[in-house]
Design a protein around this ligand. Sequence first.
Ligand code: NAI
Length: 356
Amino acid sequence: MGGDKQDMIDQIPEQLVMINEPAVQGVIAIHSTARGPAAGGCRLWHYDDIATLTTDAIRLARGMSYKNALADLPLGGGKAVLQLPKGHFDRKAAFEAFANAISRLGGQYITAEDVGTTVNDMKIVRETTPFVAGLTNDGQSDKAGGDPSPWTARGVFASIDAAARMVLGSDLRGQTVAVQGVGNVGTYLCQLLHEAGARLIVADIDERKAQTVSTLFGARMSTIEDILSVEVDILAPCALGGVLNAQSIPQIKARLVCGAANNQLARPEDGEALMARDIVYAPDYVVNAGGIINASAEYLGETTQQVEARINAIAPRLIDILVQSRAGSTPTNRIADAMAGAILRDSSRQMCDNAA
Ligand code: NAI
């Protein structure tokens, strides 16, 4: 089958559940349950209309299937996207309504935090349904759990560190890193980069967050317009998706792009555009798997040691992809997609064989 056709088929979700309640509107997209229940966080963000929101949910859900497959988790991929109401809204009622929708799916979808949602929101969800991770752990045992963001940051940091050695030929001491978005993950990442001796440039639409990181870690502040094109060695997109596109790619000065944001490439072809400019792109869902690894371990009752072992495998996996990319002159995103797609198709075949 042709690559484009296969790509279109691979995007089709198994199930789309619309949430249209007085307290909240949104979508739960279940991309695949071939490897287990569809797991992926809940995003609360403003979208112009429900079509744009749904398209984003479908793309994010497929990203989760690929991420979970490559991280070797016994999980499929899904995502919930909720429309952030303008102005004040009843947050508790919104997450209760969301929890009811999850409940009705009977365990086919497991949620956790994502952009715009917090540990507290997940606690509200937990009052109604058990199909949620990312809650605070008790701090008493070695059981995994709690906020996924520091774990995501650890995987991204290890990836930046390993890729910098390969691409830039040195460790992070003295390297300049631009971080777009210093929210939950971005802030932890800045701390790790700072401790490793990197120099930071940061931007956030919420200037207070950028200011805090600047004070804590000596980061220089940039504008949100300039952050992608500043003169740096490494660019770490840690805000929203679609930032690597036809407008931004020609402006990027960094030689390595490696960050936490999901769906950084606006289109798969942007992987070719980056490669043509000799910019090495670390596929987002390969390097940002730390959060779901921790959430999955919490859900499955695993320990933090098991989480650490899985997170330690992220950077070597990335290097394997970078090596294959160099050897075959193929963009890194194409290599990662091919690897993940093959794992998923294999799992689907096994599921069909077992059902037969
Ligand atoms: P967050 O909501 O805490 O942080 C995102 C930050 O980006 C916010 O501070 C926001 O003000 C800022 N922002 C938004 N648009 C911006 C722009 N155009 N320029 C500069 N700043 C902008 O979200 P979080 O949890 O830190 O996630 C960041 C990214 O990483 C998201 O794409 C998310 O899907 C992804 N991710 C997060 C994981 C986690 O464990 N939290 C796991 C895997 C991926």
